[in-house]
Design a protein around this ligand. Sequence first.
Ligand code: SF4
Length: 371
Amino acid sequence: MSVGTESTAVDVRIMTRAELALRGVSLDAPVRRPDGAGPSDDGHFVIGHGPADGAGAALPRNPDSPYSVRDGRVWLGEEDGTLTDTGLTLTPVLRPKFYDLTTADGVSYERIARLHGKDVLATTVVQTCIRYAESDRCRFCTIEESLRADATIAAKTPAQLAEVAEAAVRLDGIQQMVMTTGTTTGPDRGARVLVRSVRAVLAAVPGLPIQVQCEPPGDLAWIRALHDAGATAIGIHVESLDDEVRRRWMPGKSTVPMAEYEAAWDEAVRVFGPNRVSTYLLVGLGENPDELIAGAGSLIERGVYPFVVPFRPMSGTLAARDGIPAPGAELLRYVTEGVAAKLRAAGMTGADQGAGCAACGACSVLRSAGG
Ligand code: SF4
């Protein structure tokens, strides 16, 4: 096979994965994450090229998608009704056993933490955010919607998290945990509750890789405290490096200047080590794609993994209310390939984060592109 043919095959694969991330699949999956923090409200699947290989994939379930699943394979429906085999396999992640348990004080485990991808336990420790007033709120965020829908509780105690993590590891083979939080009042911006939560979970499940996610704490000593509590990795999520985009999409969060993000990333790399720090970059907020790729390159040079994810207008977001569409698959492919090439050149992989969204990879196309 010539190099040209190989790269064409790779391009087609990345394009298909990008299309799936944006258009989803028509299928009834038994596991679906409802509203929450972050860019995903998808069904969780294992995607691969055969039964033996498979990575987690968070994909929208969309009855109108041209992609459907039959006998575990993904088919693309053409307008004339013919079906083309994409060569991809897709298996829904089944409802985990720990969802059926309840704490001694009567809270369903499912409302405390949820299964993400194929083996990640994810929780939003504080499900409220000081920036959730409509004038301040990030326009892609639904952190308080799951609270309104009574799908979760506002604050998870360290004891509850420890209890659920122990069961999820024992019953469902969870490999790592992601702890995020809405921004709290006070200069730690949420880091304080994460420190307590990490300590409690690790006391119950020693050695479980945990990623914490928070805004840059006003006092950078919190980054050391999170590491000393035992966190493996940290996500400090900026979502866009373009100040104009930040102001438009994140009126509250953009009041934290980029310089604070840069200082927090640098301190986190110093404390956690290179490629143990990550940030989300959303594709489709209106930024220049080449500037986005170049900005991701600067993050990589700093030791920060840029987790590139498509913006999608989830129900309950201000963006969906305002009719803002998801980006096109070609834009997502272009940015993903550009960033993946820089990651490969730097020898940086999401898996090496050890824990967190980049290690899971389900919400991004980066892994298919070799990042
Ligand atoms: S990438 Fe992050 S948000 Fe997406 S499924 Fe994995 S852990 Fe959850």
